[in-house]
Design a protein around this ligand. Sequence first.
Ligand code: ZN
Ligand code: ZN
Ligand code: ZN
Length: 567
Amino acid sequence: MTVQQICRNSWCKQSFEVTDDDLAFYDQVSPVFGGKKYAIPPPTLCPDCRQQRRLSFCNEFNLSPGSCALCKKRTLSQFSPKSLVPYYCRECWHSDKWDAHTYGRAVDFSRPFFEQLHELKLRVPSLALDVQGELQNCDYIHYAGSSKNSYLIMHADFCEDCMYGYGFKHDRSCMDGFYNLQCELLYDCIDCNASYGLIHCQDCINCHSSAFLRDCIGCKSCFLCAGLRNKEYCLENEQLTKEEYGKRLQTIDLGSSAQYQKCAARRKEIEREHPFKEFHGHNTERCSGDYLVSCKDTHASFDCEDVERAKFCYQVVTGAKNVYDIYQYGLKLQESLECTISGENSYHLLFTLGGNVSCSDLLYCWYMENAKSCFGCVNMKHASYCILNKQYTREEYENLVPKIIEHMRKTGEWGEFLPSSLSLFGYNKTSAQVYFPLKTADAQARGWQWDDEEAPPPEVKKTIDAKMLPDNQKDIPDDILNWAIRCEVTGRPFKIQPQELTFYRTQKLPIPRRHWYQRHLDRFQQRNPRTFWNRSCAKCGKEIRTTYAPDRPEIVYCEDCYLKEVY
Ligand SMILES: [Zn+2]
Ligand SMILES: [Zn+2]
Ligand SMILES: [Zn+2]
């Protein structure tokens, strides 16, 4: 039986359904203390409002220069200079020079629990940037782990020599990309898998030495093509001989920014002729959602890879199972509900923001590593049986937690994720603003913070407007490293890094005219939104649910018609 609920947010009031499967899942993950199960109630907010609430705690891109509160070393940080959150550099945070237990406090049953958790979060030192695992020369990565020689990669793991990437997993020498998995030497690519040597490609699998492709599989040495399978030497979807192909390509110099832009615009035209599948992804069984790769029984989810039995999950990857309402990241996260940035061999995390590296049975925790059986704790490592960072025995813990749950039932907090008003970041600095953009007044009317502070410009003596740059990368002198370039869209100045310049020169690519965050947003806009529409297949007329809005120019086919067309 499906229950219809009305979203409790006064500005939303959308109706949403809670199915029997959903209820069975809430029952399955409801915690047990002293042999008694404490039922997690069905959600009071609709899936979108729940997603927005989780995202409002995640500042992925607005990083500021600052310094470690312990060793005073300069470090990049996720907290703005005005923020009251104390933070340590990675070395200090993981050292024995401090102990998160010393901040422990007793629960005050006369006040709401979330308030007390938030107060504690503002006292205990946080990590300057959220990073895990073995890192080498990666001082400027965030929401990332286990990487080498990489710079400004987010939502990324197991990368080497990568820069400006989002959703990079197992990549080498990739620059400027969005969701590239197991790739090498990619530039400016979106949703590419197991590929090598691609430029400005999107939705491609097993392709190499190609540029400006869309939705191609198993192609090599192709240029400006869409919807091809296992082809070689194609240009604008036309089969050429190897010699012809080589000759035609010699006339194209992608080192010229103007030529590069022309090719990108041409790809858009070619795509218009080509049918798109109703959803993105492959190797899925009994799934609904978009951008799903190798998933099973995964519903209402986006950007997931290798996930089984999941719902309302976003950007969860690599072996997550039995999970609901998760925003990032997975890596064998299991039996968990309503979490952000959690995973890596973690089990049974509930309403937790950041449960990392072999965590289990955490409730309402806010950044933990290697922790077990903790409730309402913040910034702890190797902890167990703690509540508000205070140490208890196992018996005391199992006695006290049910009392807190009772208290939270009365205050209306039990079963809810933290409210956005308790975020450590201005709403506009979080990923919520990307997916659910609001104006200042609207966010503030809901009691959410806003942060107008801009990141300080790079410390350089000379700044050049992007349009004043020489068109071709070969005419850009080494001295560009001492300059800042003013972004052609936002005017925000940015610097070129030495390893970046080397990449553009060896790959004969133009140097960017836009700030890296603008480039990220540009790529974000090239992907479909997390919204479904009814539309009919352009071939057979069958009703489909798709993330292609009905007024979009693309030709969209149902999966069956699409497969008949391309194979
Ligand atoms: Zn809602
Ligand atoms: Zn330090
Ligand atoms: Zn059809």
